[in-house]
Design a protein. Structure first.
Length: 574
């Protein structure tokens, strides 16, 4: 009789336990995620009276793949355009909530004398509410169409993207072992450049490739192609110093803007469910009853910190964003739990070896309790508001009940709206084209120059490298210098000196940025001590400004990018 591999036997045990528990929790109308965690506890070596897994390393590897699929699926549901359309309210609320809850978590950890890393990671875990659990709770309670529910879901989307940023920052902090402002700022800048670069390149090329290959695409080939892109980005992100989960999220968000997004999401769902289940089961395996009993006091304190922190501080965050007191309390009472990202951050801290062993099971225990209490906290919001309304002075209540989003916010006039639209376009153009120029320069100077050095004499290496990089960057330099003009800009210019000053400042800024890029190319090829360098700078700027060919190429690439970005919306409107 052949010997069964331990990993296969472990997988069988995991799926059997997960299947039974999910059916049980489904019948009890409880979140399936909790069923997975219980299944993991039953299948773990900590449960001595039942069969347990033997190859923990293999399970850990599969759980990492589960995180990749979870973040890839989250990216498929995410849209950068949704963020831009949300307005300032959910962004302000999300930032206030995350900063406040991170502080609460860090202070709670310090109260028990935990290490700085444990406190920082605990703060990050407490700052992120569970999108899955809240979404299901709203669905089960019939609240999906309520105004406050829409605001909560918008805040959760912001929290998800900020959680990715937080994950990258904590990874950097774990590697450096100390907090350095300049290093952290550099990491955030690198993150922004990476996001903008891959989002721009991906939106330009991937929809084109999918359209070309559409005759060859069926469900099977589309699934394999999507997963190939996902894991390719995972490798690229890891090579750039980011986490694998971040790369999966980036590729998911790129594919979310394609017309095939819904089909890909449907095809990936079963794979995500399988590996996601393994991940959550592996989380349950970290539960140690003896450890939980030992740390019962910190667990209770963390639960209290979440309940009070979210209900009080999150209410203040929503009030700060311009919501009424009642809406703010309904939103804040909905966020009183921690979820999937807490597990991912806990896994990150454990894998990097920067957090203590007790932190993981503590977070799992807190998550289980707060998940169970979520529906009751949502129901408690209105009675709690009625109590607060009776206690507060009438003048305070009247002031807090103002809903600035609906009543007090002044609608900007036509010219202001026009300027807001132009300003967003100006920023978008400068950011996208600057990042593309930086990417091309980096590739040419770090990878292209060694190849050129093998082919040409030494004195020609720098000039030829700079010339090739300049030619490749030229369409984007033209966009920096002249792109984005529209009839709205002309109308604003004719509307008075107030708008002319703003437009002039923007024009001078884009000229300055273009000159900086061109000067770098010239300096790389010709020493500035030579009069030829200044002549080359003026000549190149003139060519870029007047070239019809560059204008045509730039406009064509811009149209392709814009069409790809709006293709999914146009398809839905048809």
């Amino acid at each position: 009789m052949s010997q069964l591999e331990p990993l296969i036997a472990d997988l069988a045990l995991i799926l059997i336990c997960a299947g039974v528990m999910t059916l049980l929790f489904k019948s009890l109308k409880q979140p399936i995620v909790l069923g997975y965690i219980v299944a993991g506890f039953l299948a773990s070596p900590n449960m001595t009276y039942m069969p347990s897994v033997t190859d923990m390393h293999g399970i850990h590897l599969w759980s990492e793949i589960g995180v990749i699929f979870l973040l890839f699926a989250l990216g498929l549901e995410f849209s950068f355009k949704k963020i831009l359309k949300m307005g300032a309210a959910p962004i302000i609320a999300a930032l206030a909530i995350i900063l406040a809850m991170m502080y609460v978590g860090a202070c709670t950890g310090e109260l028990f004398g935990w290490s700085n890393m444990d406190c920082i990671y605990l703060g990050g875990m407490l700052a992120m509410s569970s999108t899955t659990i809240i979404f299901k709770a709203f669905d089960d309670m019939g609240l999906r169409n309520e105004r406050f529910a829409g605001l909560v879901l918008s805040v959760l989307i912001i929290e998800d993207i900020l959680a990715i940023v937080l994950m990258v920052m904590l990874s950097t902090l774990a590697v450096s072992k100390e907090f350095e402002g300049s290093q952290m700022l550099g990491s955030i800048l690198q993150l922004v450049l990476y996001l903008v670069l891959w989002f721009t390149v991906g939106i330009y090329f991937i929809p084109l490739a999918l359209r070309k290959l559409k005759p060859l695409m069926n469900d099977e080939t589309l699934l394999i192609t999507a997963l190939a892109l996902c894991f390719g980005m995972v490798v690229a992100a890891s090579a750039a110093g980011f986490s694998a989960a971040f790369g999966a999220f980036v590729m998911g968000s790129i594919l979310a803007e394609t017309v095939e997004a819904e089909q890909i999401e449907h095809l990936v769902a079963p794979v995500k469910n399988l590996f996601g289940a393994i991940f959550f089961v592996s989380v349950g395996m970290m539960v140690d009853v003896a450890l939980i009993a030992e740390y019962i006091v910190p667990i209770v304190c963390i639960i209290v910190a979440i309940m009070l922190g979210q209900t009080i501080l999150s209410t203040c965050g929503f009030l700060l964003s311009g919501q009424s007191l009642k809406t703010s309390m309904q939103c804040s009472f909905s966020l009183t739990q921690i979820g999937e990202f807490a597990f991912i951050l806990a896994t990150l801290g454990t894998s990097l070896g920067v957090t203590s062993d007790f932190l993981y099971p503590i977070v799992v225990a807190v998550s289980v309790f707060t998940t169970f209490t979520t529906p009751y906290m949502i129901r408690l919001a209105e009675p709690a508001y009625n109590v607060v309304a009776r206690v507060l002075p009438a003048k305070w209540l009247e002031k807090l009940e103002r809903n600035t989003d609906e009543k007090d916010e002044k609608i900007p006039d036509e010219l202001q709206q026009m300027w807001n639209s132009c300003f967003k376009r100006f920023v978008f153009i400068m950011l996208i084209n600057s990042v593309l120029c930086i990417a091309i320069m980096s590739v040419m100077f770090y990878f292209g120059q060694p190849i050129i050095a093998e082919m040409l004499p030494e004195q020609w290496v720098h000039p030829v490298t700079a010339l090739i990089a300049l030619v490749l960057c030229s369409p984007f330099l033209w966009m920096l210098l002249r792109g984005g003009n529209s009839p709205e800009v002309d109308k604003l210019w004719e509307s008075g000196p107030r708008w002319r000053v703003r437009i002039t400042a923007y024009v001078l800024l884009r000229i300055l940025i273009t000159v900086i890029f061109v000067s770098y190319f010239v300096d790389y090829a010709i020493p500035w001590s030579s009069w030829l360098a200044m002549f080359a700078l003026v000549a190149i700027m003139t060519i870029i400004f007047t070239s019809r060919n560059l204008e045509s190429r730039s406009n064509k690439m811009t149209k392709t990018f814009t069409d790809n970005l709006s293709a999914r919306e146009k398809m839905k409107q048809q």
